[in-house]
Design a protein around this ligand. Sequence first.
Ligand code: TYD
Length: 196
Amino acid sequence: MFISLEGVDGSGKSTQARLLVEALGAETVAIREPGGTDAAERIRTLLADPAVELEPLAELLLFLAARADLTERVIRPALEAGRDVVSDRFSDSSVAYQGAARGLGVGEVINLCDTSTDGLWPDLTLLLKVDPEVGLGRAQSEDRFEAEGLDLQREVAQAYDEIAMIAADRVVVIDAAGTVEEVHARILAAVEAHRE
Ligand code: TYD
């Protein structure tokens, strides 16, 4: 099964992705977007640098280039070998950040994501829901998006709500308020329910 975790910055996704990977067992492939291949990690470094100015479309295409490489080289082979894949962010991040918050268009970005991944979407997307203000307070790093503050995070949060409605068949909203253990238990329950 291919599972992605999504949410605003500081929603606790990365911790929860790690715990989920541990719970699913040693065969599980863990991925963090952007990244996961040599090329994608270099693109990650570029995108994370607030000193580098980028046009929104160029930014989107860099995320998509990283994802295209990761999908073909890592995700598809793992799924074909019968392994579970857990990704900390995937195409829905592009839809929320570049499509909605950057204004490139939700429908357009969905189509471009579809092309970049040759039609691969997660079987299950766990959308960690936390108040954007709480999230920004928690976020440790200051990448280009966090540096832009609350308005951007609010737009991203709204876009995720929209995605949860458009893709209700695969997106499960998880209440990310509470302790790490409580949220982990909610995630495991959602994964088990989806496997049935
Ligand atoms: P990430 O490393 O997950 O940040 P954090 O660990 O702080 O949640 O992601 C880095 C940033 O990249 C994050 O602000 C979201 C953004 N992003 C996009 O804008 N579009 C995308 O397609 C992806 C994958 C991430």
